[in-house]
Design a binder for this molecule. Structure first.
Ligand SMILES: *[C@@H]1O[C@H](CO)[C@@H](O)[C@H](O)[C@H]1NC(C)=O
Ligand SMILES: *[C@@H]1O[C@H](CO)[C@@H](O)[C@H](O)[C@H]1NC(C)=O
Length: 324
């Protein structure tokens, strides 16, 4: 009798578990929300070589620091050259899980870099609108380019902060932003008080210009500002209100991956933590993208692993550079 009871209880438990599974399976929205891609690939547009000393090595390049930065966040990297057709870019878009626009010095409206960035930007807007998450991050000139794309015009003015590390002047919105809201309080305090962000720019978007532009104002929240050498207040961190698009006028990758001693790269413990936080944050946004390559062979041949960076510490401010 007892044995029979136990058997019945066991059967009932099984039935209960099975029903739970059924219920979970019959809730597709729940399953969708939890879908996570733990093998993200972030695309990086190659940058146009403008510096004469780099010209012998290739027409475009990616400093290895950006690659290491993304890899440190748990992503793999696909270099994206500027020589493809529009159809090829549309195809690449369906395989990668986010895009990083790196720094540089090119025309933000007429260069190939700007043209390809615009193509991805438009694809990303459409995809996100359709619920297909696709994050974009712009660093330094990448932030500047995002503002040109959103505003439809170049609003940059002189905001020189060249070779200087600064604390961030966080706005009220920063504290509830996706980028900063989960940052531990002691690191937030350090970010606002210690020079943890390396600046290497001559142009930027002034806070005033940003506030007066309806397109920028409605698209992005300003999370931090800084003061340039000429006294201009410039926008230093931005986050899309609706889209997973992010921009920093400073360089989070240098804190851990660039070491030129005559350049003001922050390397303190807090500086390293901030850099890690940013990389992990953006890569985690990439995990929300379910794009994937058609097969493992295609994936393997697209990733940066089959390229070799060269030592560049004796003729640039970078230690290593990938040339294309
Ligand atoms: C910080 O930003 C506020 C506006 O958010 C501004 O009024 C203030 O002058 C800024 N301070 C510094 C030191 O940049
Ligand atoms: C930099 O170092 C490499 C490797 O040691 C060397 O081959 C190259 O000639 C050097 N370049 C310059 C510009 O000094």
């Amino acid at each position: 009798m007892r044995k029979k009871n136990q058997a019945f209880m066991g059967f009932a438990t099984l039935l209960f578990l099975a029903c739970c599974l059924c219920i979970c399976k019959s809730m597709p929205t729940e399953v969708q929300r939890q879908a996570v891609n733990d093998r993200p690939v972030i695309g990086v547009l190659t940058q146009i070589v403008s510096d004469d000393v780099m010209k012998p090595f290739g027409r475009t390049y990616i400093p290895a620091s950006y690659v290491k930065y993304l890899e440190s966040g748990g992503s793999r990297v696909m270099p994206i050259r500027l020589t493809h057709t529009d159809v090829e870019y549309e195809n690449i878009f369906k395989k990668i899980n986010g895009l990083l626009l790196i720094g540089g010095a090119v025309n933000l409206e007429t260069s190939d870099f700007a043209r390809v960035a615009k193509l991805f930007y438009k694809l990303a807007l459409e995809a996100n609108d359709a619920g297909d998450v696709f994050p974009i991050w712009g660093t330094c000139m990448g932030l500047q380019l995002l503002t040109v794309l959103v505003a439809g015009k170049n609003l940059l003015t002189e905001t020189t902060a060249e070779n200087i590390a600064l604390p961030l002047n966080l706005t009220t919105e920063a504290y509830s932003s996706r980028i900063f809201r989960d940052v531990p309080p002691d690191l937030i305090k350090a970010v606002t008080q210690e020079p943890l962000t390396g600046n290497f720019h001559h142009y930027g978007v002034e806070v005033k210009t940003f506030m007066e532009n309806e397109d920028l104002q409605s698209f992005f929240s300003i999370l931090s500002t800084n003061v340039a050498e000429n006294g201009a207040h410039f926008v230093s961190t931005i986050e899309g209100k609706k889209y997973p698009f992010y921009g920093v006028q400073w360089h989070p990758e240098v804190n851990r991956f660039q070491w030129k001693s005559n350049l003001n790269f922050p390397h303190s413990r807090h500086a390293v933590q901030l850099s890690s936080w940013m990389a992990e944050f953006f890569v985690n946004e990439g995990r929300r993208s379910l794009h994937q390559f058609d097969n493992p062979e295609e994936e393997a041949s697209s990733l940066i692993y089959s390229y070799t960076p060269i030592y560049a510490g004796n003729f640039t401010g970078y230690e290593q550079i990938y040339f294309f």
